[in-house]
Design a protein around this ligand. Sequence first.
Ligand SMILES: Cc1cc2nc3c(=O)[nH]c(=O)nc-3n(C[C@H](O)[C@H](O)[C@H](O)COP(=O)(O)OP(=O)(O)OC[C@H]3O[C@@H](n4cnc5c(N)ncnc54)[C@H](O)[C@@H]3O)c2cc1C
Length: 358
Amino acid sequence: MSAAIELSKAGLDVDLIDIDPDWRVYGAGITITSPTLRAFQHLGILDEVMAHAYTGDGIQICNVQGEPINLVHTPSVGGPDIPGCGGIMRPVLHQIISGRVKQLPIRVRLGITVDSLATTPSSVDVTFSDGSQGSYDFLVGADGLFSRIRNLILPGAPHPEYQGQTCWRLATARPPDVKRRMFFLGGRVKVGLTPVSRDQMYMFLLQTTPRPPHLPDNELPDRLRNLLEGYGGQLQTIRENLGPGANIIMRPLEAFVLPKPWHVGRVLLIGDAAHPTTPQLASGAGMAVEDALVLGQEAARHADIGRIFEGFMNRRYERCRLVVNNSIEIGRREQRGAPPSEQTRLVEESLIALAEPI
Ligand SMILES: Cc1cc2nc3c(=O)[nH]c(=O)nc-3n(C[C@H](O)[C@H](O)[C@H](O)COP(=O)(O)OP(=O)(O)OC[C@H]3O[C@@H](n4cnc5c(N)ncnc54)[C@H](O)[C@@H]3O)c2cc1C
């Protein structure tokens, strides 16, 4: 959606397709960093995001009992209007960005995918799953972790690799004493809280498991209650209130580094299709939006597709690789029980690097 917005703003004629006939996103919360908020400002949605989201500063580090041990600064980037971090529910963010798409002359077609594509010297010719066809100057594969477009253009690319942790997320009410993002470190699992509005927040919990667990939904509340055993403060209250109707989403963490270039012929991969990451730096979605901004800028600057893609790769590869590699490394430190300071040091170093202009 962000790429469609930016390419349309750059004066290109854009078709946007999505395989989901209802154009939805699942109902979890998402943490947003200051660079992500900066990207939202360029995308033109910052004010609307701030009206619906939580925004603030810092991550309160606590021990297992919930006692504060450190405050990690989250540097504000890009000017005084941009907070240091935030959180929002994914469906709310989806509604804001899709609302922006609908205001622009972008043709949106839902419930279809790309069946096949062929690059000619002057176009990329696409056959869609409904039998229709289209001919384009270039195609952007922004179809996520299990990208079909990646499989079509780079069949030998690495596959998403399980990174040893499973992420549990619980959307719940935000008590007044959750004033900012929080991490609870030093225990069996890593737990965090992110406010997503004035009265809502989500909890995430990273569990180390040799293989991703497969559990029926009705078992999730009890399992999560077991994982939270022994944790104090706000986590104790959450544990006590976990019931059968709890909004819990459990996902294995998968990632890999795709070597450059992320394009073949007239087809370019962006977002998770190109650089799927574990969430330790809460930057996957932010990187996807930044990709879109850079692609729009390069498309406005050059007419030649090769130069657009080359300009894109020069500006995106190292930054996205840093996010993927450092997120995986933080996950490894979490799994081997490294002291909290060793875990937060790499978070802080990464946030400083990501504060650089894109
Ligand atoms: C547990 C977990 C927690 C996370 N937490 C955070 C966080 O706090 N902050 C953060 O910034 N990031 C976080 N991320 C990462 C973030 O969710 C992703 O980086 C981000 O969603 C990538 O966006 P994307 O648009 O590239 O892909 P996606 O969000 O996966 O979107 C892909 C789109 O393509 C569509 N699609 C898929 N296949 C096809 C097809 N064949 N044809 C047509 N359309 C298709 C889908 O319907 C979807 O709309 C987290 C990830 C995980 C797993």
